[in-house]
Design a binder for this molecule. Structure first.
Ligand SMILES: Cc1ncc(COP(=O)(O)O)c(C=O)c1O
Length: 357
């Protein structure tokens, strides 16, 4: 526990956390007169709007219990947020003092890490992924942390966005081991279920500075409802609860999340993941046959990164047909990122690519 406490900004422990009406209500409530809500239902009224006039539970116990079963960790090791984006932002704010501390990232990787650091006024140290394999350069990362003790958060995206590959598990654990008491290793596993590999969450017991971030956006079709799950040592979870917004999840999000993670919801999600993985392999094979495509990287995620001679022209030609891909040539030479759609959408895309020549 001391390993974590010494890394948290002291101001976070010194402040008094905001305590919402919902947190303070200890007994079952018959009449809510404590949160200045409006007692009438919103317009137009109807069963699906029930409860919308009330503030939600900040960390709904029923969802926490369900996620505890799914991830095999106690409730005290789980934190729910408005998407993984919010968890990333809160973690940067909890561990990095503005103007003093910083994060380490491994480009090319998810851009939000850098954005969250910039908002917080934290420095950003870059240690690029190894050329060709896009794996972590662990020795260079450790050397960077040795050179700057202000680095408090080391981001590892696995599978990585945009290169789509998983990071070597042993390398991540080596980092966590060597940085224990010095930095948090935050593993972003947003796309993990597309890899079929186990989470690093089960290693938190041996590595208290390991924090894993998951989400319902990519694996359970709930990007629009915004739900992120942080799996961490109870001390980290306690810190996140101190600084979280009073009500991170909306009433409708809580309902949608409950359905998505019910046994039937998980089975439905699993079937869709399998379908997407099958499509990913089909699209990858088809892309590789196209003369304009130089290379398609292997993928452990629900997207593919391919390289082409003229990414701008290709993305513009597809955009003109209403198909939007992500030009990533600013970070990978000729790189374009393509999310796997339904079979019909993928067929449409492949037809358009063939026409493009
Ligand atoms: C690697 C990675 N992490 C985090 C996020 C944010 O996810 P969420 O929708 O849960 O906020 C994304 C979104 O694209 C992502 O690609």
């Amino acid at each position: 526990m001391d390993d974590i406490v010494s890394l948290v900004r002291p101001e976070i422990y010194a402040m008094r956390p905001y305590s919402s009406a919902r947190v303070e209500a200890e007994q079952a409530v018959r009449i809510h007169l404590d949160a200045n809500e409006n007692p009438y239902p919103p317009y137009p009224g109807g069963p699906e709007q029930e409860g919308l006039n009330r503030y939600p539970e900040p960390q709904p116990p029923s969802l926490l219990r369900r996620f505890a079963e799914i991830y095999g960790l106690p409730v005290a090791q789980l934190f729910l947020s408005r998407g993984a984006d919010e968890a990333i932002d809160l973690l940067v704010r909890a561990f990095c003092a503005a103007g003093r501390d910083g994060i380490l990232i491994t480009p090319p990787t998810f851009v939000m890490y850098e954005t969250a650091a910039a908002i917080q006024g934290a420095s950003v140290t870059e240690v690029p992924l190894l050329a060709g394999s896009y794996q972590l350069d662990t020795e260079a990362m450790l050397a960077a942390c040795d050179a700057d003790p202000g680095i408090k958060l080391v981001f590892v995206c696995s599978p990585n966005n945009p290169t789509a590959n998983l990071m070597d598990r042993a390398a991540v654990l080596r980092l966590a081991e060597r940085l224990r008491g010095r930095a948090i290793v935050l593993v972003d596993e947003l796309y993990l279920d597309y890899s079929g590999r186990p989470s690093l969450a089960c290693d938190i017991a041996d590595h208290p500075n390991l924090v894993v971030v998951r989400s319902l956006s990519k694996e359970y079709s709930l990007a629009g409802e915004r739900c992120g799950i942080t799996l961490a040592h109870p001390e980290v979870v306690g810190v996140l609860r101190r600084i979280m917004p009073p009500y991170p999840l909306t009433v409708t999000a809580i309902r949608a999340i409950g359905a998505a993670v019910s046994p039937a919801g998980l089975a439905y999600g699993r079937r869709n993941i399998d379908r997407i993985v099958a499509e990913r392999d089909r699209v990858r094979h088809a892309l590789a046959q196209l003369p304009t495509v130089i290379e398609v990287l292997p993928s452990d995620a629900n997207f593919l990164l391919f390289r082409t001679d003229d990414p701008q022209r290709l993305c513009a030609a597809l955009a003109a047909q209403g198909i939007r891909l992500r030009d990533r040539s600013n970070v990978i030479d000729g790189g374009v990122r393509l999310s796997i759609g339904t079979p019909e959408e993928n067929d449409d895309l492949l037809r358009a690519l063939k026409l493009h020549g």
